[in-house]
Design a protein around this ligand. Structure first.
Ligand code: ASP
Ligand code: MG
Length: 415
């Protein structure tokens, strides 16, 4: 007998009909003799609608009341799913995060989960019930309802699965799994059978927004296997697991391909400070001022001038932050008597991701050659152990992804 955690996102429980479908799916697993815990999101856009109601009542909502309000969406879907299961002859019970023993920090709106007290869940499972738990919420030390940040139900599910030492955490959503790149850009993109936690985190932060990044972090700490799959299809999706677990599945001693996925981020803008003094403390001053304004900086490049007295400093920010970042940059540039500030909104970042890159030299040079052959100019480059990113002209972004996908044979990877 296995213990399986299922998580259903908002679209998967968006209508009564869809909830009945989920109930059928859960019942089928239960009828095979497995124990099932189900974590649900709010139906469709319920959470947004609740926030909309709130905005009609006040401009400055009290965080405690915010949590009271938005946590109700998940209670609706959990109760309805439990009822649908009961109606189909499958014993079930719904529990709020607090009832299920989900203990969070004492922070409204964005707490982290501290621990899960399993007594109640285990009791209900022993009584042969499917346990349906509201995602996105828990209870603090005062017994107040606390939510854990938008999109947090994935994290609830993984934390509950890890605490229960479940065999797998199935996350059902409206995509088939994780692809080598966006299939809308490259129709030959392949669904990956496996991907490691680290690679998934990179791809998620690079814009492949399929999973709440905290859920992947949590899964990696506890080695909880996530199976990301489509809620309306019976086929397997993508398994997110540790490299060791992947190698065992694949039956290979060594990992082969260096690049597993390519991400395109078109939501960035570039800023350059020209001819700033090249001495200690300048970078700290520029990026300290940006950090103070809570502006997230991604790539940073400093280039030298032959005189050795000046340097150019370029960096990227998210497009919506450009205006604010420019104001800060102009101010600092004036203080430092820099030559000026330039910026460009028409840029995109193309990134190769893969944990095999560390052990396989040549990935970066192959990327640069591929772009050079197509006369695509690289404006900025940054690398980490598992990622190489290049900033190019926005108009070249999709083409770069297509060429790189082919150059690295991503359409041919078997697993
Ligand atoms: N319902 C919450 C939200 O929309 C949590 C979730 O869906 O994961 O943010
Ligand atoms: Mg949602």
């Amino acid at each position: 007998m296995s213990l399986i955690v299922h998580k259903y996102g908002g679209t998967s429980v968006g209508t009564p009909e869809k909830i009945k479908n989920v109930a059928r799916r859960v019942k089928k697993v239960k009828d095979q003799g497995d124990q099932v815990v189900v974590v649900v999101s709010a139906m469709g856009h319920t959470t947004d609608e609740l926030i909309d109601l709130m905005n009609q009542v006040t401009d400055s909502p009290d965080p405690r009341e915010y949590d009271m309000l938005v946590s109700t969406g998940e209670q609706v879907s959990a109760a309805l799913l439990a009822m649908a299961l009961q109606a189909s002859g499958c014993p079930a019970i719904s529990l709020t995060g607090g009832q299920a023993g989900v203990v969070t920090e004492d922070i409204y709106k964005k707490a982290r989960i501290k621990e899960i007290k399993l007594d109640r869940i285990k009791e209900e499972l022993k009584e042969n019930k499917v346990v349906v738990i509201t995602g996105f919420q828990g209870e603090d030390s005062k017994g107040d309802i606390i939510t854990i940040g938008r999109g947090g139900s994935d994290t609830s599910a993984v934390a509950i699965a890890a605490a229960l030492k479940a065999d797998v955490c199935d996350i059902y959503t409206d995509v088939d799994g994780v692809y080598t790149t966006d299939p809308r850009i490259v129709p030959e993109a392949r669904k990956l059978k496996y991907i490691s936690y680290e690679e998934m985190l990179e791809l998620a932060s690079l814009g492949a927004q399929v999973l709440h990044p905290r859920s992947v972090e949590c899964a990696s700490i506890y080695n909880m296997i996530i199976h990301l799959r489509h809620s309306q299809k019976e086929v397997d999706g993508t398994f997110i697991m540790s490299p060791a677990q992947i190698l065992k599945e694949v039956g290979k001693m060594e990992k082969q391909e260096a690049v597993r996925g390519i991400a395109l981020d078109e939501n960035i803008a570039k800023i350059g400070l020209l001819r700033v003094p090249d001495r200690p403390g300048i970078a700290a001053r520029i990026f300290g001022a940006l950090a103070k304004e809570k502006i997230n900086v991604d790539m940073i490049i400093q280039s030298i001038h032959s005189s050795g007295q000046f340097a150019d400093m370029a960096f990227t920010v998210d497009k919506p932050e450009l205006k604010k970042a420019l104001e800060v940059a102009e101010k600092i540039a004036a203080e430092l008597k820099a030559e000026g500030v330039v910026h460009d909104r028409d840029v995109a970042k193309v990134s190769l991701v893969g944990i095999g890159m560390v052990s396989q030299p040549g990935t970066a040079s192959k990327m640069f050659e591929t772009l050079a052959e197509a006369k695509i100019n690289i404006q900025l480059i940054s690398t980490s152990e598992i990622k190489i990113s290049c900033v190019v002209k926005a108009a070249d972004g999709k083409k770069a992804v297509q060429l790189l996908h082919k150059a690295f044979n991503l359409d041919k990877i078997i697993q």
